[in-house]
Design a protein around this ligand. Structure first.
Ligand code: COA
Length: 384
């Protein structure tokens, strides 16, 4: 069986993988975290591949573009005696070599393995585990929708020690529910729910409390608001995300006024953050904006998130942020062309639509319509 994702091929192990495996598995940052000893020689790696070949579903995880080995993923019917797993339940185990850390490859592989295990192999429940302190592995499981339900003290035979293992679980029903999100236009009757969602999601993120729930309340009535691009994301009948756009302009240095879009607020419900939903609603709404003929989107955001959807620093396009003194950090100011090349030959100053500027007193008054919530000063906030 061969599985494929955007960047990976998951294929059966081959005996001639031994030297590539050794290069990755000799590193002592990999094995001990996963519960096995670093490999000492190519022949040990070859021996391990022979063992793995007799196991039903263990894949070599390889990069699609180069074919290079990056890691391993197994779907196991618990074999080490510590776990009591019934026939309807399997456990996913994985590791990835150090050169490939931090690129989101393992969540990509695990998501595909989950699909395969639930649809082709017909398992009803999947489990994963991580040893105490392995926060990276914990994040992989959370991102893929696993929920922690058990902590075990286990004897890890390969390294000969007891460890605390946190076990997480994902059922087929839960996974199916995660796949069945819908992105649709916001309706009048959604407005209060959406404002509450925005408030919950932004609360204490950029400042103590937040103003974004009031901002959207005001923007919907603004002439610059693009009604056709006001979207919500629904999962299991509940709204868990939203995004919206406004018309604005770049005042060109040559005297032209170039119409563009700006975006946001955009948010995802707290319990669904960092599971890929934000990127989904973002990419969907950008596609719709492009289909409507808009040329570019500019706004303030974090390149770590928006960069994955094709945004670049606006300075790369020769566009400046209004009222920002020269030499000030402008890395928050991002741009994406929806029509490639449409900003070619344009330099100038971007203007934030006036509707985004709200009075703190109005925010305070509006906030009284919602359940009380504590404002906290937290590290990382941008404003007081
Ligand atoms: C920002 C937000 C919309 C992102 O949605 P999300 O569903 O959490 O993000 P995704 O899971 O789709 O993220 C995709 C990738 O973007 C990057 N990313 C997302 N949020 C990030 C953050 N806060 N910091 C750094 N990188 C981030 C990550 O690389 C992430 O992949 P990873 O989790 O595998 O590392 C959401 O977190 C949110 O609602 N935050 C509060 C409100 C807000 O800040 N809105 C944006 C204002 S500009």
């Amino acid at each position: 069986m061969i599985l494929e994702t955007e960047r990976l091929i998951l294929r059966p192990w081959r005996e001639d993988d031994a030297s590539e495996l050794f290069e990755l598995a000799k590193d002592d940052r990999v094995g001990p975290a996963a519960g096995w000893k670093p490999h000492k020689s190519v022949s040990e790696s070859a021996e391990i591949i022979r063992t793995v070949l007799s196991e039903p579903i263990t894949f070599a995880v390889c990069l699609k573009d180069t074919g290079k080995l990056a890691g391993s993923l197994g779907i196991m019917l618990g074999s080490d005696g510590n776990r009591r797993i019934g026939a309807e339940e399997a456990e996913i185990g994985y590791w990835i070599g150090v050169p490939y850390w931090g690129q989101g490859l393992i969540p990509e592989a695990v998501r595909e393995a989950i699909r395969y295990a639930f649809t082709d192999l017909n398992f009803k429940t999947l489990r994963c585990g991580y040893f105490d302190g392995n926060e990276k592995s914990k994040r992989v499981q959370e991102k893929c929708g696993f929920k922690y339900d058990r902590t075990d003290r286990v004897f890890v035979s390969q390294i000969g020690e007891y460890r605390t293992e946190h076990m997480s679980k994902l059922t087929r029903e839960e996974w199916q529910a995660m796949q069945s999100f819908v992105i649709r236009p916001e309706r009048k009757e959604d407005e209060a729910e959406v404002e509450n969602l925005v408030r919950e999601s932004f609360w204490n993120v950029y400042r103590p409390g937040c103003s974004e729930h009031y901002v959207i309340h005001v923007l919907r009535e603004d002439p610059a608001f693009v009604k056709e691009l006001d979207f919500v994301m629904e999962l299991g009948g509940r709204i868990i995300g939203q995004n919206m756009f406004m018309r604005t302009v770049i005042e060109g240095d040559d005297g032209r006024t170039v119409p563009v879009l700006t975006m946001g607020p955009i948010c995802i419900a707290n319990e669904y953050k960092r599971m890929g939903y934000g990127k989904k609603i973002l990419d969907y709404s950008l596609e719709k904006a492009a289909a409507m003929g808009f040329g570019a989107v500019l706004f303030e955001g974090n390149i770590k998130f928006y960069g994955k959807s094709g945004f670049q620093y606006a300075r790369n396009f020769g566009i400046r942020y209004h009222d920002l003194p020269e030499g000030e950090d402008d890395s928050f100011f991002l741009c994406r062309e929806l029509k490639p090349g449409c900003l070619g030959g344009v330099t100038g100053v971007y203007q934030t639509p006036a509707g985004y500027y709200v009075d703190d007193k109005d925010v305070e008054a509006f906030d009284k319509n919602f359940p009380p919530k504590q404002k906290l000063k937290l590290p990382g906030q941008l404003f007081d």
